[in-house]
Write a protein that binds this ligand. Structure first.
Ligand code: ADP
Ligand code: NA
Length: 327
């Protein structure tokens, strides 16, 4: 079974939510699936990017994926723009997509509303079609998806089915891969909101590449509540529950085990321990990232090999598609 996933190089560092909600599963899926993982720089330019910054972030993203355990011998790890078939298939699929259909994508509406529809790029509008091309060009069976991506996967499925109906069986129709053991992580300062790179307060966000001392400080000043009991209760004790989730995900101890261990102890004890498990995780991670970035030539070679592997599959699909449509 083939799996495809991507992440945007639009921040200086991945954050704890990216890791515990998505990237950890990328690593696990290598055990059971044929995996294709990419840094999606084509998607990144749907909003303006500084070229130097984009190039740097693309490499740092790849280094972080390697440091988290994406194994370039098991996975095809590559940069999206290195495989031109994504853009080529995307054009074909754009011509199969209704304008009304594309207009119903709620993520575009949200993002465009923030930027002003007049200024939002056409690329931002067609982004879900490029995403469909990303998936279909590898004939992926499964795509790990969070709630926010469901509508886009549905579009990919519709486009695959429509193309197959019009031109004969060409694409595998992808299924959502319901990821187990993913944790949704919340903002440390506002535990009602998800942790995000666009967080309102930098203290709510744990960046994997920031100084671990700074992360520890953020954990120690996380918002909790006026109670005393350490219990997992996302509604009533969102902050404490978030800390328990982070602890559990990083230490491997279950939530009930942790609740039992903290009986009679205070929030300060919990925060101290969460900070400690976090620092234990990020310190060697950062060392690994640094060593990948110390040898850019080697890193670029790894990515070139990944692109070559990806292209072998993508070119085969594109050639079939071109044949089907009469090119
Ligand atoms: P952000 O919300 O910071 O912009 P992205 O949208 O780039 O992050 O998300 C990249 C991946 O990380 C997606 O698979 C997304 O579901 C996951 N992710 C992002 N934030 C969180 C979070 N707070 N908890 C769990 N998973 C998250
Ligand atoms: Na986002």
């Amino acid at each position: 079974m083939r799996v495809l996933s991507g992440i945007q190089p639009t921040a200086d560092s991945f954050h704890l939510g990216n890791y515990l909600g998505a990237l950890r599963q990328w690593v696990l899926l290598q055990e059971t699936h044929e995996t294709y993982y990419m840094v999606v720089d084509l998607h990144a330019i749907t909003v303006e990017q500084d070229p130097k910054v984009l190039r740097q972030r693309t490499r740092v993203s790849a280094a972080q994926l390697l440091a988290l355990g994406v194994d370039p011998d098991r996975s095809a790890l590559f940069v999206q723009s290195h495989v031109p078939e994504h853009a080529q298939l995307s054009w074909v699929l754009e011509c199969q997509t209704g304008f009304g259909e594309a207009s119903r994508m709620t993520q575009f509406k949200d993002k465009a509303a923030r930027q002003g529809t007049e200024h939002a790029s056409v690329g931002l509008f067609t982004y879900p079609i490029l995403q469909a091309a990303d998936i279909l060009v590898y004939q992926a069976n499964e795509v790990p998806v969070g709630e926010d991506q469901r509508q886009h996967l549905e579009l990919s499925r519709n486009l695959a089915q429509r193309f197959n109906r019009r031109y004969g069986k060409t694409f595998t129709v992808p299924e959502p891969h319901i990821v187990k053991d993913t944790a949704k992580i919340y903002d440390l300062q506002d535990p009602a909101a998800k942790m995000s790179k666009s967080a309102s307060s930098p203290n709510g966000l744990i960046e994997l590449l920031e100084d671990p001392k700074r992360s520890a400080k953020k954990i120690r000043s996380a918002v909790t509540d006026t109670g005393r009991e350490i219990a997992f209760d996302p509604e009533g004790k969102a902050g404490v529950s978030n800390l328990l989730t982070i602890h559990s995900a990083l230490s491997g101890q279950s939530i009930p085990e942790l609740e039992a261990a903290y009986e009679g102890k205070g929030y300060g004890d919990l925060k101290k321990d969460v900070a400690e498990v976090l620092v234990e995780f990020v310190t060697p991670f950062q060392d690994r990232v640094r060593s990948y970035l110390d040898d850019i030539a080697e890193l670029d070679k790894v990515l070139a090999r990944g692109a070559e592997r990806a292209r072998a599959v993508a070119a085969e699909t594109l050639s079939l598609v071109y044949d089907r449509i009469g090119f």
